[in-house]
Write a protein that binds this ligand. Structure first.
Ligand code: CP
Ligand code: NVA
Length: 308
């Protein structure tokens, strides 16, 4: 089972800054090939297993379409449709699945479940979202920022809303790639900087008022008020988050050329007003599409190393 030489992608800090530089350049190239209808199949005969313990639209489609485009194939597993839902130990599942496929993507609850799987896997494992982190999304978001505005180094990202998996991943990315996150969450839903491992660093600043977090930002971003797995808190969260709706006033205090991002799915009138997400500063559709391009090069990198 476990092999410490295997490269996994379990959290954003599993790769270093030069590796991100390579991935972003490569993603631009592979995206261009896709747009030109050029065949690019470096993963012929490779199989990706996708394990979903939570719902998904983007993650499923982007990994599945991406793998087929690169010449590979996919196996799709869910909790209910597999023995995972009938309490087969995650360690046993990892040993079995990783003997038959070349790479695994998992969307699950606790990060520890993912690390247990990885520790027992013979092949690379990718985090497709856990309660703690969503690294593939931030990979896509930063690639999207670079496409529209160039390097993110030295920039300010305003995080408005829940101190959740997306917030934690932005914090790791800020520490690693040299930008700052201005965080504003309702009380009771704060970030825990120890989760991202960035406590005591200056990669983030906390603001009570979301307007203050957005002031001068290069990018304003938010996420659902209730993440998957927290549905029982929905009503309490609706009350607590009422003032954390990204609206035109918040965008107006950000830089004039600030972008708006949201990992989606979105709830217009809750975490974001329709005029913002459907407005000219929003790049949410590019963000969603870019999931596929960055994950293609991530899988290529984990399986084949650097190319070119
Ligand atoms: N942003 C994202 O991960 O979307 P899905 O939940 O649809 O996969
Ligand atoms: N924070 C959200 C992101 C969904 C893509 C969740 O975990 O449900």
């Amino acid at each position: 089972p476990g092999n410490s030489l295997i490269k996994h992608y379990l959290q954003f800090k599993d790769l270093r800054a030069p590796e991100y530089e390579y991935l972003f350049q490569r993603a631009a190239l592979v995206k261009q090939r896709f747009k030109n209808y050029e065949k690019y199949t470096p993963l012929v005969d490779r199989t990706l297993a996708m394990i979903f313990e939570k719902a998904s639209t983007r993650t499923r489609v982007s990994f599945e379409a991406g793998m087929y485009q690169m010449g590979g194939s996919v196996v799709h597993l869910t909790t209910d449709g597999s023995q995972l839902g009938r309490s087969e130990p995650i360690e046993d599942s990892a040993k079995v699945i990783s003997r038959m496929v070349d790479i695994v993507m998992i969307r699950t609850y606790e990060q520890t479940k993912l690390t247990k799987f990885a520790a027992n896997s013979r092949v690379p494992v990718i985090n497709g979202l856990t309660n703690e982190f969503h690294p593939c999304q931030i990979l896509a978001d930063i690639f999207t920022f670079i496409e529209h505005r160039g390097s993110i180094q030295g920039k300010v990202v305003a995080w408005v809303g829940d101190g959740n998996n997306m917030a934690n991943t932005w914090l790791q990315a800020a520490e690693l790639l040299g930008f700052t996150v201005h965080v504003s969450t309702p009380s009771g839903y704060e970030i825990d900087p120890t989760v991202a491992g960035i406590a005591g660093t200056d990669c983030y600043k906390v603001f009570q008022d979301p307007m203050d977090a957005c002031r001068g930002a290069d990018l304003v971003t938010t996420d659902v008020w209730t993440s998957m797995g927290y549905e029982a808190e929905n009503e309490a969260r609706k009350k607590a988050f009422a003032d954390w709706c990204v609206d035109a006033d918040m965008m107006a205090v950000a830089k004039p050329d600030a972008l708006f991002m949201h990992c989606l799915p979105a709830h217009r009138g809750e975490e974001v007003e329709a005029e913002v997400i459907d407005g000219p500063q929003s790049v949410v559709w590019d963000e969603a599409e870019n999931r596929m391009h960055v994950q293609k090069v991530l899988m290529e990198y984990l399986l084949l190393g650097r190319i070119g």
